[in-house]
Design a binder for this molecule. Structure first.
Ligand code: ACO
Length: 422
């Protein structure tokens, strides 16, 4: 069977044959047929907008790999900083490289005092931490004029280091402001997740249980990248204009803020709270199935149609966290929902399984994070994914400024009508 596709324009009889490589054929085939012919593909459902060597995802088989390494192995054996190095550089670091990278990240965690004293203090007292974070990432870029020098590898690496290192500092600063608590400075002597948690929670003496430190690291690993999702696409589209990476990261974070993207775990907590008791689960499921109620939040995925491998890991992490914090009272409702849904023909036939958000909100809540911080927690590790894609984009000779075409559906040409005649 030839690995080609032949497209015929029935209007003209013209035919073009192009190769199919790894299940993809070039859209230039359409341009060859007729330069004014376009493909209508809202939401890029069938469009590969780039070639990428960072993350592999097979939704039917429930597979997720970073640079070829299965997510299950990374979550079990690696750390977020090691995974960050892997995503950015393509290979796991050797001991010396890991030591240098960890040292460099650790020593770039501080932010300019004006960011806190003047910038963050200017927000309204009840500002949403994610809205603050988006603005803070963008504002951070104004402190580094070298950030615009995206053609220099040295400058790119510097900005990547700064963004990865300072994101937890910005995130905790946004939280402390909204809670009315004094800012806690980074501690360069402890691990990346431990430093973030102490910046979040420290009031006087602070002792961190290593199980919570590890759980935070695992959650960071699981959220580090997920190929061409909405936020990463925003990063690539904005980055393709060659703006500085802080501005692109702010755009990506803005995309993540939306409830259809990073906000679903918030919706899960709201749903579980509304259900209120395990006895109400069957009624709730019936309402979901009838279409009268809401969807079963935390279930289903655009790409995963078998299971979301991150959900399996997160469920285990949830139990590790509950050992320390005590069970989240909503857990029993979640477990019952999962049990009932996974045995129900409606969910089986539609291939609806728990996704990454089904259990992550329960963990965050048990660890004490307010619901408004959930998307912020997602943005911290996803920053490295955005930057890995940004770096790849800038080195990709096939790429140009992103500029899709449209299917014009407006009025034809018409003459201006004077105001008095309208
Ligand atoms: N509960 C009930 N029914 C569902 C659900 C759900 N969670 N998800 C999909 N369905 C049903 C749809 O009603 C539809 O049924 P129909 O064929 O009878 O009309 C069928 O399953 C297919 O649904 P689509 O909306 O076409 O699937 P799509 O791939 O577009 O949606 C999505 C994926 C948005 C994740 C969806 O499953 C959903 O809304 N889930 C709940 C929200 C959620 O958990 N989002 C987090 C995703 S993970 C992340 O972003 C990090």
């Amino acid at each position: 069977m030839p690995d080609t596709i032949t497209i015929t324009d029935d209007r003209t009889g013209k035919t073009v044959t192009v190769p199919i490589t790894d299940g993809v054929f070039p859209a230039s085939a359409v341009r060859e047929l007729d330069p004014s012919l376009f493909i209508y593909d809202p939401a890029f459902m069938q469009t590969a907008a780039c070639r990428s060597a960072i993350t592999y995802l097979d939704g039917d088989a429930g597979i997720l790999r970073y640079r070829g390494y299965p997510i299950e192995q990374l979550a079990e054996k690696s750390t977020y900083l090691e995974v960050a190095y892997l995503l950015l550089n393509g290979e796991l670091p050797n001991p010396e490289q890991l030591a240098t990278w960890s040292h460099d990240v650790t020593h770039h965690t501080f932010i300019h005092e004006n960011m806190r004293k003047r910038f963050v203090d200017g927000f309204h007292y009840d500002a949403h931490p994610m809205g603050m974070l988006i603005s803070a990432v963008s504002a951070l870029g104004t402190f580094y004029n070298d950030a615009k020098d995206i053609d220099s590898k040295e400058s790119r690496d510097k900005q990547i280091l700064r963004l990865v290192a300072k994101m937890p500092t910005l995130a905790s600063m946004c939280y402390r402001f909204s809670a009315g608590l004094p800012f806690v400075y980074p501690d360069n002597d402890i691990s990346f997740p431990a430093n973030f948690l102490q910046m979040m929670w420290k009031i006087g003496e602070y002792e961190l249980d290593p199980r919570l430190e590890r759980a935070m690291d695992v959650l960071f690993i699981l959220h580090a990248d997920h190929e061409q999702n909405c936020g990463t696409t925003a990063m690539r589209v904005v980055g393709s204009s060659h703006v500085d990476p802080y501005s692109s990261c702010a755009a990506a974070a803005a995309a993540l803020y939306g409830p259809l993207h990073g906000g679903a775990n918030e919706a899960v907590i709201r749903m579980l709270t509304e259900i209120g008791h395990v006895d109400n689960v069957p009624k709730f499921i019936e309402e979901v199935k009838s279409g009268k109620g809401s969807r079963l939040m935390g279930f289903g995925h655009r790409v995963y149609k078998n299971f979301d491998p991150r959900a399996t890991i997160i469920k285990k992490t949830a139990y590790d966290v509950f050992e320390v914090t005590g069970t989240n009272p909503l857990l029993d409702i979640a477990l019952k929902l999962e049990e009932v849904a996974l045995a129900d023909e409606y969910f089986i036939s539609r291939k609806l399984y728990p996704n990454v958000d089904f259990y992550s909100g329960l963990i965050y809540q048990a660890m004490g994070f307010p619901v408004a911080m959930f998307t912020v927690l997602f943005a911290i590790p996803r920053t490295v994914g955005w930057l890995a894609h940004w770096q790849e984009l800038l080195g990709d000779k096939d790429q140009k400024i992103s500029r899709p075409r449209q299917w014009y559906a407006g009025e034809d040409a018409r003459d201006y009508i004077d105001l008095s005649a309208r």
